[in-house]
Write a protein that binds this ligand. Structure first.
Ligand code: FES
Length: 413
């Protein structure tokens, strides 16, 4: 028997014989996949194979009427046309329906619990508990998140994903990056990840799995994932971090074709202080290259987009180390000050539970870009998650944010 997990139906688990039709299993076991015709005509049963895509049979002609090559590459199938040979997890877009407020509230709370669906039950409860008190012990809670996700990520299959490590992109020992990709790529989008660490700490591999998990997730979905390290303050003060992003992008432009990447489709992703460097590289005149940033999109995750040394900023010492002791310069050195200059597609993500003010600074950045463009850029607030898990959960099997980012990469706007 094989295991079928209906992710969208509160992760309901059922068992079925090998080579079962997916829609029939759903109907028999009340799995919940929507359907109308059952014959490949209506397109209603579109669903996503979250895990176990390799256990599905060949794509049928009828499916091609409803799904694109990109959809297939992202794991979408028509349930009524798909037979399964091994364990799979399935999700789909639920049908909207008017519901009483209490029922909606219950669903919201289930969605928050689904935030940590890749973790064992006890760890999931821990993560849900630390969210509301995240800021009371950021260092301790961060360690809990890393410790929770590292063993889970260690068990994620990685066949077919090649990793080339410690490639130098500059003269400093921290000018190193790792490249994640599948073989035989051609002109694939390139996702460059810039880690955080309050400007004074942080490495590209903070554990054996994190932050490589971020690059690996995108490699799994047909991109070239690049995970970079950079110099820290006070050795490399403002705008040293953004200058290192520039170096890494210059390296990508010159070398990524060897890994099957397209140098004209670089998506720059920064987390926390890494988002400060990424945003500064794209829009701060002190760091932005004269010829333009040369990226196809910018993703800012939980970014410190305003320099502040407030008493209630637990990382104020890092801000001072990077931006300098003269706080009168903070305004002009803050990425948010230059947001209106942004001339590339933008995606902003924050966790529900952030380090103090980071979500508000992201909102400020979004507002300024939105006013300049007369349209708000793409934005996600990831329910239940915290400042660290917003990155640590990538490639764990839970990928609400991952899918949003894949869509942004496919259709940056
Ligand atoms: S139910 Fe109509 S296409 Fe599958």
């Amino acid at each position: 028997m094989i295991k079928v997990t209906f992710v969208t139906n509160n992760c309901k688990v059922v068992f079925a014989p090998e080579n079962s039709n997916l829609l029939r299993v759903s109907l028999r076991e009340k799995g919940g996949i929507p359907y109308k015709c059952g014959a490949g005509l209506c397109g209603t049963c579109k669903c996503r194979i979250e895990q176990g895509l390799e256990h599905t049979d060949a794509i049928k002609e009828k499916e091609r009427k409803h799904l694109s090559d990109d959809d297939f590459a992202n794991g979408y199938r028509m349930a009524c046309q798909t037979f399964i040979r091994g364990d799979v997890s399935i999700s789909w877009v639920p049908k909207p329906a008017a519901k009483p407020a209490m029922a909606v509230a219950k669903e919201c709370s289930a969605a928050i619990e689904g935030a940590f669906s890749a973790l064992p039950e006890e760890l999931r409860r821990n993560m849900l508990e630390i969210g509301p008190v995240w800021a009371e012990d950021i260092v301790g809670h961060r360690e809990m998140v890393i410790d929770a996700y590292t063993p889970v990520l260690a068990n994620v299959p990685r066949e077919g994903i090649e990793v080339t490590r410690e490639l130098p992109y500059g003269p400093h020992p921290r000018h190193r990056l790792d490249v994640y990709r599948q073989a035989a790529l051609d002109q694939a989008a390139v996702v460059l990840f810039v880690h955080g660490g309050a400007f004074v700490r942080g490495v590209k591999d903070t554990s054996a799995e994190i932050y490589g998990n971020f690059a690996r997730y995108f490699a799994r979905h047909g991109c070239v994932g690049v995970n970079m390290e950079y110099r820290l303050a006070p050795e490399a003060a403002y705008p040293g971090g953004a200058e290192d992003v520039a170096r890494a992008i210059a390296w990508i432009k010159e070398n990524v074709w060897e890994f099957g990447g397209n140098p004209d489709r670089v998506i720059l992703v920064g987390h926390s202080a890494g988002a400060s460097h990424a945003a500064a590289y794209v829009c701060d005149p002190a760091a932005r290259p004269a010829e333009g940033p040369g990226v196809a999109g910018l993703v800012l995750m939980s970014g410190r987009l305003r320099a502040d040394a407030r008493a209630d900023n637990p990382n104020a010492h890092g801000v001072r180390a990077y931006y300098g002791a003269d706080e009168s310069l903070y305004e002009v050195r803050s990425p948010v000050t230059h947001a209106e200059r942004l001339d590339v597609p933008l995606f902003v993500a924050v966790a529900e539970y952030e380090n103090p003010y980071l979500d508000a600074y992201s909102a400020e950045f979004l507002h300024r870009v939105g006013m300049a463009r007369k349209r708000l850029p793409r934005f996600v607030q990831l329910r239940g998650h915290n400042h660290t898990s917003i990155v640590a959960h990538f490639d764990s099997g839970e990928d609400l944010l991952g899918r949003e980012l894949l869509d942004f990469i496919a259709h940056p706007a």
